[in-house]
Design a protein around this ligand. Structure first.
Ligand SMILES: CC(C)(COP(=O)(O)OP(=O)(O)OC[C@H]1O[C@@H](n2cnc3c(N)ncnc32)[C@H](O)[C@@H]1OP(=O)(O)O)[C@@H](O)C(=O)NCCC(=O)NCCS
Length: 174
């Protein structure tokens, strides 16, 4: 656990390799590349949808039609994927996206960390990265819909439920 946390909090001075679409490089350049795991964030949307489906399967989410997932990603304001790199191999280990009016509001969707990587600070790092990106676009109102079992995960990150008594409301087809 401490190992992953130290990767995130360490001096991430090394830029992502130019050829890769990765936005952030975390790790120690001096480490042995063949044996050291590195974690990257990417805002690239051209994801392998089957790999994303595998990640969602791993946390037990119901499958969604891939053509709709593709459309949702294309039309999202921000898409963040999190990758583990071991040598030349990359593995998708986390994902999240946000929709937005591009001015005031953004809503975060589909926050997921692979079970192999949960409980190691990855979800927190992913959400902090999302928030940083959205704040960088001058979005001030960030909302999300939390499953009951993860409310405290989001509370820890500063999200409030029902601020000033405001209730989220839903309409579903009959
Ligand atoms: C929810 C999820 C993204 C959290 O990711 P994670 O990498 O396990 O979380 P982290 O290790 O970064 O935890 C960050 C903090 O939140 C806490 N936390 C993590 N999961 C929690 C949960 N379910 N309930 C309450 N607190 C939680 C951790 O204890 C940690 O606290 P700390 O900062 O005091 O140490 C991950 O468990 C997941 O993908 N779950 C399945 C999919 C899901 O439910 N997504 C959310 C849909 S709304």
């Amino acid at each position: 656990m401490g190992f992953w946390k130290s990767l995130f909090s360490g001096t991430d001075a090394s830029p992502a390799p130019k050829a890769a679409p990765m936005e952030r490089y975390v790790g120690d350049e001096a480490d042995d590349r063949a044996t050291t795991n590195r974690i990257f964030f990417s805002t690239e949307r051209d994801l392998d949808l089957y790999e994303l489906e595998e990640l969602c399967d791993a946390v037990g989410w119901s499958r969604r039609p891939l053509r709709k997932v593709k459309k949702a990603i294309q039309h999202s304001f921000l898409v963040v994927s999190m990758w583990e790199q071991r040598g030349a191999q990359r593995r998708l280990i986390g994902f999240s996206r946000a929709t937005s009016d591009h001015a005031f509001n953004a809503t975060v969707w589909d926050v997921v960390v692979h079970p192999d990587f949960q409980g190691k600070g990855m979800g927190k790092a992913l959400m902090k990265y999302m928030i940083k990106k959205l704040r960088g676009e001058d979005i001030s109102n960030i909302t999300l819909f939390a499953d009951p079992q993860v409310v405290n995960f989001y509370r820890n990150l500063g999200f409030m439920s029902d601020p000033e008594g405001i209730k989220g409301m839903f309409w579903y087809p009959d």
